[in-house]
Design a protein around this ligand. Structure first.
Ligand code: C2E
Ligand code: MG
Ligand code: MG
Ligand code: MG
Length: 294
């Protein structure tokens, strides 16, 4: 309607644009109700060590749309960010992930940490720290079991404020990693200012690793940067044995990707934890020589 007074611009408001705008508006109004309608859910994808043991997991949001089915973040996170809906959605993600991992602890799975994606918009909220601490306190999850994934671009928008918030949360034990690392404007000196615990090597460098000498060099460089900063390097999107072996040879300790497991609904992730626990307890029984197979 605003376009009607805009004179010449009006005729450019084509049917296709109209259709897209309508789709976006419908998505938006739907998304506003998604939390209340219980349509959001978290999938979990493991991080593994060199021996392929689960050392943590990333919480990845999904939207179960009543008509369209399961929708991936690529198709709705952007709208939630543009409209600010990401703020309540992000709060929901933090609370749900913390509660879930606390529940797994209570069930006897000592899953070391859960990693939650934080968008720029959330990081900029004045009560961001409060939101994170509330999720921790209300769930009873030890703060050191929560890792937050932020991107380079979301930190450079207001670096001083971000650093202060990150330092505050870190003083409580929360950890931070930089997601999609290598796709932004990273310099070692810049990075040194941010209180971070890990760099996540972007999937784009891992996917062509065995074909691209250039990507191999980038991956090696990121891993040595991490080592120089005395932080961890985590590789995402590991799909083949060859990629895994290359990464291990380069000194990468933590990996994530379809080779190990896809993102899974909570119940299926718990099955994965159960199997690992069983493997380990039977392995341990062998080692210590005490052993009934129960
Ligand atoms: P991300 O944080 O970089 O997450 C990694 C993405 O790569 C996930 O996609 C994961 O399913 C996918 N992936 C993992 N391993 C492999 C692999 O071996 N091969 C391939 N081809 N893909 C792999 P997903 O779940 O669709 O999430 C996409 C992005 O959406 C995430 O990228 C993250 O930026 C964003 N996102 C997800 N959940 C949340 C959330 O709760 N809050 C916010 N703000 N953003 C989220
Ligand atoms: Mg991530
Ligand atoms: Mg990532
Ligand atoms: Mg990524």
């Amino acid at each position: 309607a605003a376009k009607e007074n805009g004179g010449g611009n009006y005729r450019f408001f084509t049917e296709e644009m109209n259709r897209q705008a309508l789709h976006r508006m419908q998505m938006e109004s739907h998304l506003r109700k998604a939390i209340g309608n219980n349509e959001l859910l978290l999938y979990y994808q493991p991080f593994v060590d060199r021996a392929s043991r689960i050392v943590g997991m990333e919480a990845l949001i999904r939207w179960h749309h009543p008509e369209l089915g399961l929708i991936l973040p690529a198709d709705f996170i952007r709208i939630t960010e543009d409209t600010g809906i990401i703020v309540p959605v992000g709060r929901w993600v933090l609370a749900t992930a913390c509660n879930q991992v606390r529940a797994w602890h209570d069930m006897g799975f000592d899953t070391p940490f859960v990693s939650v994606n934080i968008s720029a918009r959330q990081l900029q909220e004045s009560d961001f720290e409060q939101t994170v601490l509330q999720a921790i306190d209300e769930s009873g999850l030890p703060p050191a079991c929560l890792n937050l994934e932020v991107t380079e671009s979301s930190m450079i928008q207001n670096p001083e404020a971000c650093i202060a918030k990150m330092q505050h949360l870190r003083s409580r034990g929360v950890r931070f990693s930089i997601d999609d690392f290598g796709t932004g404007y990273s310099s070692l000196s810049y990075l040194k200012r941010f209180p971070i615990d890990a760099l996540k090597i972007d999937r784009s460098f891992v996917s062509d690793l065995m074909k691209s000498k250039g990507d191999q060099e980038i991956v090696k460089t990121i891993i040595s940067m991490a080592r120089n900063l005395n932080i961890d390097a985590v590789a995402e999107g590991v799909e083949t044995q060859a990629q895994m072996e290359f990464l291990i040879r380069c000194g990468c300790d933590t990996m994530q990707g379809y080779l190990f497991a896809r993102p899974l609904p909570a119940e299926q992730f718990a099955d994965l934890l159960e199997r690992q626990k069983h493997r380990e307890s039977s392995g341990q029984a062998k080692n210590t020589g005490q052993g009934s197979d129960v």
